[in-house]
Every structure is written in structure tokens, then in C-alpha cells.
Design a protein around this ligand. Structure first.
Ligand SMILES: C/C=C/C(=O)SCCNC(=O)CCNC(=O)[C@H](O)C(C)(C)COP(=O)(O)OP(=O)(O)OC[C@H]1O[C@@H](n2cnc3c(N)ncnc32)[C@H](O)[C@@H]1OP(=O)(O)O
Ligand SMILES: NC(=O)C1=CN([C@@H]2O[C@H](COP(=O)(O)OP(=O)(O)OC[C@H]3O[C@@H](n4cnc5c(N)ncnc54)[C@H](OP(=O)(O)O)[C@@H]3O)[C@@H](O)[C@H]2O)C=CC1
Length: 447
């Protein structure tokens, strides 16, 4: 039995759950990896010069053992997330440390501690096998997977599963991720695949859509409401393209920041009106590596007021980090919120705390999403209220190039990867729903 036989079963309209359950699963499969013995390969280079094309490999790997509460999924498509860029450049840490730490927790977790790391935190595909104790999912189910891996043996995570002390991001802090022909997930990562989307479209939103949902919409994040002025950095990027859609769909007023006219056009096409091209307007929030320029914060704030009729920002959707954080805190209105989930440009932030405490602002840390939040975010995709922002699609062989594009900010929205799917456009079940939303689904394609 080979991966080709699995693909044939997926593509046959007559396959039943019993047929999938009867399929032999191959003993090995192709997967995107980084190698433990290469973690020092970029030593001494600047972040920008670390090239994922050199560290990302396509290997034949053995099938992992299936444990209780888990599922093996045939991956039709996946997507590139920035966490895979971090893994591939071994920053801020090598992810092998996460695998070693996980491996020490219990006998079954030892499977994850390997000399290679199969990366990837998104997938769309078909369930092949479920482990003992899995009742909600069956072989043959068409699914997407979110990337929250939790053990839930501590009370700490039972109000909000993101607070589980054993919370990990699948395919980043665990092994057997989605950039592969077969992936191993916990069954509580599975969600129904939106039936009007192709495999690669369905695989694109997962991680970033769920993260943006918690960070901006959920009460665990900023709890956005109608009329809020929301400043969105990187508004046509992975996270930002979903944050912009949530702001528009929720009756808020997005102020989108981008770095080119082309990206500004994409934001306009999504329906945003207030757009700041940070390159064209030349903001320089730092005079040098250690000194910020409050005059530039003010110039930026004035520009925002031009769009809002003099109002300041209710919520900043932050992720660039060091480069923008001082400006983000400054432009937030009294009592407003800066919600942050990342620090792409540097994690040691500096801001003028007087503008925070005197104006009673809040900074909220946000990370991925709990199962319920991920489910709600996926439901909005399935209902055609929020749309994938897939631009370009690569083959599994070209994942290194795909990660390079994201690392160098050469991409738009999300970049997809075909894993088992032989071509784009497969897997659509509801053609009528698709036709209704086709312009929005294709908005980011091939630009
Ligand atoms: C969904 C997608 C998401 C993304 O894309 S996010 C972006 C990508 N992700 C990242 O860049 C994050 C990468 N992760 C990290 O950089 C690190 O992961 C952290 C900085 C978050 C944590 O560092 P660490 O060293 O892994 O863990 P420690 O919690 O600092 O534990 C180290 C030791 O320090 C002890 N410790 C922790 N807190 C305290 C405290 N408050 N007082 C005293 N000790 C403390 C611990 O217990 C432990 O100890 P012991 O080594 O003996 O086990
Ligand atoms: N904690 C969590 O759960 C999650 C964290 N992340 C993290 O969030 C970050 C962004 O991820 P994602 O949106 O997928 O990445 P993308 O690269 O797709 O988008 C980020 C956008 O941010 C903008 N940007 C980048 N650097 C700067 C800068 N120095 N100043 C201002 N804007 C900047 C760029 O837009 P433009 O050039 O148009 O301004 C870029 O397109 C990453 O660090 C990632 O690891 C992502 C998902 C979940």
C-alpha cells in the first residue's frame, strides 16, 4: 500500500468510511523536515540572511505509532506559517529543545524527540485512523486541523485550554506536523473541512484565522465591538488579512497598515477604506538602534486622526513588535487596548509607559486560540463570512522557497503547499456556496 492508493481512495466518489478503515497505511511517507545536526548552520548570520531553502528538507520518514486520543490524517494540503520560518532559521531558539522537553514528559511523548522535526501547523485532509478513545471522528472524514496540542491533566487549562501548562503548538513544539503526506494530531484538533473550498484553500486560514479571532474578537483578547477603530499592522499579511476581515465583518473601522501600493489595493478590495502605506509615508519610529522618535509616533497618530475624524485607536492588532510597539502604545486612545501575539522585528519592546498608565491603556498578550475559539473561527470560514486569503501555492518539494518568500515578506496573505493533492482546485463539495463567494475566495490569488 502506498500514498498513491490513499489518494485514489480520497479521489473516488464511492469510498466509504469502511474503505478508509480497511486501507493499509504505508510504513513511511514524505515530509518536510529540519535536521537536528544542522541547528548551527546559520551561526553568525543576520536573521534576514538565514535562508530556509538551505535548512528545509523533503525526507522519507517512518510512520509514527498512533496513540490514544490521536488520529493519523492524509494531508492533501497545508500552508506556510511564520512559525515554520522561525523553525527553519533556528530562531529565537532551536525547536529541537521543545521536542526534547516534550519527550521527557511521558513514554508516548518520547516519539516526538527525534533527530528531525516534521514541521507545519495547518492541514486539510482525510482521517485515516483514529486511536483508542476517539469517537467523534471516523476514517474518511474530511477535516482541517487547528494547531493547539494540550494534555489537560492540570486544572489550569480547564477554563481556557490555552492556559494548560502542557500547551504546545503542533508542528512547532511537537513533531509530525502538517507539511507532509501524513500527519499525527490529537483528535481534539480536528474540525470539519469547509465544504465550498478546495484542499489548499481550506488549509490556508487555520492558524492565522484562529489567532486573529482570539486576539481581536474573543473576550480572551481585545473583545472588539462595533465602531471600534482597529489599527492593523501587516493588514494584507497572514494574520492581518483575517484581522481586517473580522474588523469589517464586525462593524469596526480597520485602519490598515501595509508597505506597498499593491498591498493597499488588496485591503481596498477587502472593503477597507483607511489605509496607510508605511513605506510611501516613510515612518521611522527609531532614530537609531536604541533611540525612538516620538515625533514620528505623533506624525503617525495625526495620519490616523485624518482617517477617523480626529479619533484615536481603540484596539491595536500588534505583531511586528520592537519596531512598532512604541508607536502602537502612543496612538491608542485613553482606555484602549494593545493586543500582541508576536514580535517579528524583535521581542525586547520599548515604549513610553507614561502614555500607558496616564491614559489607562492595557496591553494584552494573546497566543493562538483554544479549541472553542478555533472552532468558531473555522465556522465563520465554513459559513462564507470570512474567506481564505491564499495567494500562491507551492508543491511539497518547493516548501523551502515558500518559506523563503514568507521570511523575506515577498508574499501576500497566505502561501499554500500541496501535499498529497496532485493539483489545485480539488476537494470542493458545495459548488453553489462556492459560486456565491468566488470573488472573495480568489481575492488574493496570483498577485
Ligand atoms: C501559533 C503560532 C505561533 C507563533 O508563530 S509564535 C512565534 C514563534 N514562537 C516563538 O518565537 C516563541 C519561542 N519560544 C521561546 O522563545 C521560549 O519558549 C520562551 C521564551 C517562551 C520560554 O523560554 P524557555 O526557556 O523555553 O522556558 P522557561 O519557561 O523560561 O523555563 C526555563 C526555566 O526557567 C524556569 N522559570 C520559568 N519561569 C520562572 C519564574 N517566574 N521564576 C523562576 N524560574 C522560572 C522554569 O521552571 C525552567 O526551569 P528548568 O529549566 O529547571 O525546568
Ligand atoms: N502567537 C501566535 O499565536 C501567533 C504568532 N504569529 C507570529 O506573528 C507574526 C506575523 O505572522 P503572519 O501575519 O503570519 O506573517 P506575515 O509575514 O504573513 O505578515 C506579517 C506582516 O507584518 C508586516 N510587518 C513585518 N515586519 C514589519 C515591521 N517591522 N513593521 C511593520 N510591519 C511589519 C508585513 O506587512 P507590510 O510589509 O505590508 O507592512 C507583513 O506582511 C510572526 O512573527 C508569527 O510567528 C503568527 C500566528 C500566530
Amino acid at each position: 500500500m502506498t500514498v498513491k492508493d490513499i489518494l485514489a481512495a480520497i479521489q473516488s466518489p464511492d469510498s466509504t468510511s469502511e474503505d478508509f478503515a480497511a486501507l493499509q497505511i504505508p510504513e513511511s511517507y514524505r515530509a518536510i523536515t529540519v535536521h537536528k545536526d544542522e541547528t548551527e548552520m546559520f551561526a553568525g548570520l543576520a536573521t534576514r540572511d538565514k535562508d530556509p531553502r538551505k535548512s528545509i528538507h523533503l525526507d522519507e520518514v517512518p510512520l509514527p505509532e498512533l496513540g490514544p486520543g490521536e488520529a493519523l490524517v492524509a494531508v492533501m494540503a497545508s500552508s506556510v506559517n511564520y512559525n515554520s520560518v522561525w523553525t527553519s532559521i533556528f530562531e529565537p531558539l532551536s525547536t529541537f529543545g521543545f521536542l526534547e522537553r516534550y519527550g521527557r514528559t511521558n513514554e508516548l511523548a518520547k516519539r516526538h524527540d527525534l533527530p528531525y522535526h516534521i514541521i507545519g501547523s495547518d492541514l486539510a485532509g482525510v482521517v485515516l485512523r483514529t486511536g483508542p478513545g476517539v469517537n467523534a471522528w471516523r476514517p474518511g472524514d474530511e477535516v482541517v486541523a487547528h494547531c493547539l496540542s494540550v494534555e489537560l491533566e492540570s486544572s489550569d487549562g480547564h477554563n481556557d485550554t490555552m492556559l494548560d501548562p502542557e500547551q504546545r503548538i503542533w508542528g512547532f513544539e511537537t513533531n509530525f506536523g502538517g507539511l507532509a503526506e501524513i500527519a499525527l494530531v490529537k483528535s481534539n484538533q480536528l474540525m470539519p473541512k469547509p465544504d465550498h473550498l478546495s484542499w489548499e484553500e481550506a488549509a490556508a486560514p487555520g492558524l492565522v484565522n484562529s489567532t486573529a479571532y482570539r486576539q481581536l474578537v474573543s473576550r480572551n483578547g481585545a473583545g472588539m465591538k462595533q465602531g471600534d477603530n482597529v489599527l492593523i499592522w501587516g493588514a494584507s499579511g497572514g494574520l492581518g488579512s483575517y484581522a481586517t476581515q473580522f474588523a469589517l465583518a464586525g462593524g469596526a473601522n480597520p485602519i490598515c497598515v501595509v508597505s506597498s501600493e499593491q498591498k493597499a489595493d488588496i485591503c481596498r478590495a477587502m472593503g477597507a477604506e483607511a489605509i496607510i502605506d508605511r513605506s510611501a509615508e516613510g515612518y521611522k519610529f527609531w532614530k537609531d538602534e536604541n533611540t525612538q522618535d516620538p515625533k514620528e509616533w505623533k506624525r503617525f497618530g495625526k495620519r490616523i486622526r485624518e482617517f477617523t475624524g480626529g479619533e484615536d485607536i481603540d484596539i491595536v492588532f500588534e505583531h511586528p513588535g520592537r519596531e512598532t510597539f512604541g508607536a502602537s502604545v502612543y496612538v491608542t486612545r485613553k482606555g484602549g487596548t494593545i493586543t500582541t501575539c508576536a514580535s517579528t522585528s524583535g521581542y525586547m519592546h520599548e515604549y513610553d509607559n507614561r502614555y500607558l498608565w496616564m491614559s489607562l491603556k492595557r496591553i494584552i498578550g494573546s497566543h493562538f486560540a483554544n479549541y472553542r475559539e478555533a472552532w468558531e473561527a473555522n465556522r465563520l470560514i465554513a459559513k462564507g463570512k470570512i474567506h481564505p486569503t491564499l495567494s500562491k501555492v507551492y508543491s511539497l518539494e518547493d516548501t523551502g522557497q515558500a518559506a523563503y518568500d514568507v521570511h523575506r515578506n515577498l508574499h501576500q496573505g497566505k502561501v499554500g503547499v500541496l501535499c498529497m493533492a496532485p493539483e489545485e482546485g480539488l476537494g470542493v463539495r458545495d459548488h453553489e456556496k462556492r459560486a456565491k463567494h468566488i470573488d472573495a475566495i480568489n481575492r488574493f490569488r496570483n498577485i
